[in-house]
Design a protein around this ligand. Structure first.
Ligand SMILES: Cc1cc2nc3c(=O)[nH]c(=O)nc-3n(C[C@H](O)[C@H](O)[C@H](O)COP(=O)(O)OP(=O)(O)OC[C@H]3O[C@@H](n4cnc5c(N)ncnc54)[C@H](O)[C@@H]3O)c2cc1C
Length: 539
């Protein structure tokens, strides 16, 4: 078999990459060793940036329709059990409320799309069906990557096919999206480094069809998505997208204890089936490299985080989107030699930062949990003091997990060979998002006069924004970009809001919505800027 790109692994990252390549007309084969997507719990929250990306891929509405109902609150609680008063209530808007907040916002501080709760076991089949519908994407489950060789012209993978034995796939490029134990990464001899195996937990998946409707149970916490139980077992109950399925994480000794742990957490008898129990580990690991030669790595194959903060799959979707347009540009001949090497420069720093954000969030979680004392349930002044102290510390520390908008929207590519460097730059903040058009940053979402977002007006190639009725002559840059064959739209927007938020008259935006360059007058050396943007610069 021959193809342009072989994608190994049909988790959410491999599927997103295959769809994005297919949308851009790149022929690819996606192989997955499992026979079909599994009904096993993992991620459940697509963050705001991931939903913006899915919107650009035309998938946001389908994902919302398959995920949690838009009216359900996303609140987070700390409690002793589901039938006892909450020790701490952190309210977060439902999708419907968040959409209303976004509609009213004019300062560029909000994303175009809010988050969406959708369980990985719902998202994967949905993405699989989208990938299967794309003419240039071939999806093959029951196909296991075995080994790899590469030379200057192509890479060849040996693939074990459940039906036909072993086959060879020749591709221009291979991308390993094959998860934490990545056989592709191992073939390349690339190491993961950091802190492995920090905590071992069991996770159970439960079908409890009445639980959501019965909340609040007695004096228990209200409806929400996460319930942290203040105990010495790190117990944590998560609502899944149907509201009928729930997962429970707990540091118990053996899997058989997970049924009793669920009953103890709910606090009253309730009808449930325990569908699955498995062990998993907390890791904070980053790969030394994001590929070698014609082979690239994305998602959990290169970064493993603790799910506190929800930066696992979401970081991987960012990898996929960065790599897809660069592969497309290189295969179609307009991308220069810096384009593919810039993938590691740009995305590894984000992997590193997000491993750090996850560490920061999980240390916060550990800190408030360390306030647990065995007297926490006692109806005594000491018991009351323990509860109040834990709630007070959690009110600061738990927020570190749930309020990560800076890590989600504010990431910026520093030192990239594709970005026109401006010395300095805003601080990288995990908790806060301050809109900026600093080169390397994501273009903030701003409404334009006709009620549409500027994001929705930007196509799949480069876009030169001309704002504030700019009269600058940009033909030099346009000619230089087109001389490479690079797709470029020029978008003149007279509305005041984008110019006010962005602070510049001219902004060159890449296919992934990151800013390449900004200025108030035409670039002094348009040929140099075009060479840099398209990966041809040698200086
Ligand atoms: C409890 C829990 C909660 C989480 N919550 C969140 C959250 O809310 N938000 C978030 O962003 N992240 C979350 N995560 C992390 C998220 O699940 C992962 O980051 C995500 O699954 C990574 O996607 P991936 O596609 O890179 O890898 P994976 O999902 O691991 O997919 C890799 C795929 O490659 C396949 N594969 C492996 N070897 C081969 C081979 N030799 N040949 C062919 N195929 C192969 C595997 O079968 C698998 O399907 C959570 C994780 C856990 C454990």
């Amino acid at each position: 078999m021959n193809t342009e790109v072989l994608v190994v692994g049909a988790g959410p990252v491999g599927l997103t990459l295959a769809i994005e390549l297919g949308r851009r007309g790149v022929a690819c084969i996606l192989i997955e060793k499992k026979a079909a997507p599994e009904f096993l719990p993992k991620m459940e929250r697509c963050n705001a940036r991931t939903m913006e990306i899915f919107r650009r891929m035309g998938l946001a509405d389908r994902i919302r329709a398959a995920g949690l109902d838009r009216s359900v609150p996303m609140d987070v609680y700390v409690a002793l059990a589901m039938n006892e008063p909450a020790l701490l209530h952190l309210p977060y808007p439902s999708v419907a409320d968040a959409q209303a907040q976004i509609a009213a916002s004019t300062d560029g501080s909000m994303p175009r799309e809010p988050y969406q709760l959708i369980s990985q076991y719902t998202l994967e089949p949905l993405l699989k069906s989208v990938a299967e519908g794309l003419p240039c994407v071939t999806v093959r489950y029951g196909h296991e990557f075995v080994s790899l060789s590469q030379d200057a012209d192509e890479a060849t993978a040996v693939v074990r096919d459940e039906m036909d034995g072993t086959v060879e796939v020749r591709a221009q490029y291979v991308v390993g999206c094959d998860g934490g134990s990545s056989p592709v990464r191992k073939q390349l001899g690339i190491q993961l480094r950091g802190e492995g195996n920090l905590l071992r937990l069991y996770q159970g998946l439960y079908y409890a069809p009445d639980l959501f409707d019965r909340i609040p149970i007695g004096d228990g916490p209200g409806k929400g998505r996460h319930y942290h139980i203040a105990d010495d077992r790190a117990t944590f109950l998560i609502m899944q997208d149907s509201t009928k399925h729930w997962t429970l994480h707990a540091a118990v000794e053996e899997p058989a204890q997970m049924a009793a742990q669920f009953e103890r957490t709910i606090g009253v008898p309730i009808r449930f089936d325990m569908l699955y129990v498995g062990e998993w580990k907390h890791n904070l690991l980053l790969a030394d490299h994001y590929g070698a030669g014609r082979v690239f790595l994305a998602g959990d194959s290169v970064h493993l985080v603790i799910p506190t903060g929800g930066l696992g799959m979401n970081t991987g979707v960012g990898d996929a989107i960065d790599l897809a347009w660069k592969l497309h540009a290189t295969l179609r001949g307009w991308g220069g030699p810096n384009l593919l090497p810039s993938y590691e420069v740009e995305r590894r720093q984000i992997g590193d930062r997000n491993v750090g954000a996850s560490r920061y969030a999980s240390l916060g979680r550990r800190k408030w949990r360390s306030q647990y004392r065995p007297d926490i349930r006692d109806a005594t002044p000491q018991g009351q003091a323990t509860r109040e102290n834990l709630a007070r510390v959690a009110n600061v520390e738990q927020r570190k997990t749930n309020e990560m908008i800076g890590a989600e929207l504010g990431y910026r590519y520093v030192g990239s060979p594709l970005i026109w460097d401006e010395p300095g730059g805003p601080e990288h903040l995990f908790r806060e998002y301050v809109p900026t058009t600093w080169p390397g940053a994501r273009l903030p979402h701003v409404w334009v006069a006709d009620g549409r977002s500027i994001h929705d007006l930007i196509g799949d190639g480069y876009t030169l924004l001309k704002l504030g009725a700019s009269k600058a002559d940009t033909t030099g840059l346009e000619t230089a970009m087109r001389a490479y064959g690079a797709p470029l739209d020029v978008l003149a927007i007279d509305a005041v809001a984008p110019r006010d938020v962005y602070g510049y008259d001219l902004i060159l935006v890449r296919p992934d919505l990151h800013v390449t360059w900004r200025g108030n007058t035409s670039p002094g050396d348009p040929a140099q800027l075009a060479a840099l943007a398209t990966g041809h610069s040698n200086g």
